[in-house]
Ligand binder design. Structure first.
Ligand code: ZN
Length: 343
């Protein structure tokens, strides 16, 4: 079977589509025939690797997928062969302190498909049965293969970490990426008032169509001044940051006294400066968040089904075009999810 593989860290040219051995299910595992697999920024970070790190063996990229169950190993009650399922890529050791507390997103063994385990950019993938969930019936195969990681990330940020409430005000930087769009969608559904900043008028117009209450092109106007003006000097309750270095100093200036800043990504870099006086003087809360626990995933999926939520799709590529797909993600020009269709 074919898979998108890296043998070393580096630029796009290290990604190759190769024939690899078909996976076999071990105990409590199933093999999926992958239909569609969404891209995430995680795939770019994995490909680039940490400075100085060496890849031990060839590695299959990809964390999101929808697929059909082809085979099941021992001790699998569900899912059954032929069922369509989506994948929660955060694997659980089941026995560390964090897993026992139900916080698998911080499992000490931290097995993440596509990161430390073999990923989903393949014609077949082996997945623990407990990480498979029924495909939402209202979603197309493309939509189903591309929402899990972005939506669970947004869910954990807003619900579990920030405890967002109806009527609160939320600032989202850099609309267009999967997690930021999922945050916009969820925040609106919860009943929050959402401010969105981007450098693209086109993206802002689309964010308004999705329900954003206030939009700003930060290439034309200062974000802090805009937020202070629109909130009568108060600031927003929550700043959602998936951008990192470029927006971190703004977060501190844009939230109200006692406000929350939540960070789940650093697409513009991981080194940032901030005026720490704002942190203590305004009694701010800084929250880090990444992916989600098994319980976050179940809650997110119930919300997606109950509210018939759909991810925004940007562009669909074939497995053979995986480099083109990753190149588009790195331009930052996408609005919504980029994904691979396997067959
Ligand atoms: Zn664990």
């Amino acid at each position: 079977m074919k898979a998108a593989v890296i043998h070393e860290y580096g630029d796009l040219d290290v990604v190759r589509v190769e024939e690899i051995e078909e996976p076999r299910p071990g105990p409590r595992q199933v093999v999926l025939k992958v239909l569609c697999a969404g891209l995430n920024h995680l795939d770019v970070w994995v490909r680039k690797g940490r400075p100085g790190a060496k890849l031990q063996a060839s590695h299959v990229l990809g964390s999101d997928a929808v697929g059909i169950v082809m085979a099941a190993g021992k001790d699998v009650q569900s899912p059954k062969a032929g069922e369509q399922v989506i994948v929660n890529p955060a694997l659980s050791c089941g026995c560390c302190e964090f897993c026992l507390r139900g916080e698998q997103s911080t499992c000490v063994s931290f097995g993440i498909m596509g990161l430390s385990r073999s990923g989903t950019f393949a014609e077949q993938v082996v997945v623990p049965a407990g990480n498979c969930h029924p495909k939402p019936a209202h979603l197309s195969e493309e939509e189903a293969g591309a929402f899990a990681l972005s939506h669970v990330t947004a869910w954990r940020m807003l619900m579990t970490r920030c405890a967002l409430r109806p009527g609160e005000t939320v600032l989202i930087h850099g609309i267009g990426g999967g997690a930021a769009l999922a945050a916009l969608q969820l925040a609106k559904r919860i009943g929050a008032e959402v401010f969105v900043a981007s450098s693209s008028d086109d993206k802002l117009a689309r964010a308004e169509e999705m329900g954003a209450d206030h939009t700003l092109n930060y290439g034309k106007e200062n974000v802090t001044e805009w937020i202070r003006r629109e909130t009568s000097g108060r600031g927003v309750d929550v700043a959602v940051d998936t951008v990192g270095a470029a927006t971190w100093p703004l977060d501190f200036a844009c939230v109200r006294k006692g406000g929350r800043v939540v960070l789940c990504g650093v697409t513009t870099g991981s080194k940032a400066e901030s005026d720490l006086r704002a942190l203590y003087w305004n009694q701010l809360t800084i929250l880090g968040s990444t992916m989600g626990s098994a319980e976050d995933f179940r809650q997110m999926l119930r919300a997606v089904n109950a509210n018939q939520l759909k991810p925004v799709l940007d562009k669909v590529y074939g497995l053979g075009q995986v480099r083109d797909a990753m190149a588009r993600m790195e331009t930052g020009r996408q609005f919504g999810k980029i994904l691979l269709r396997m067959a």
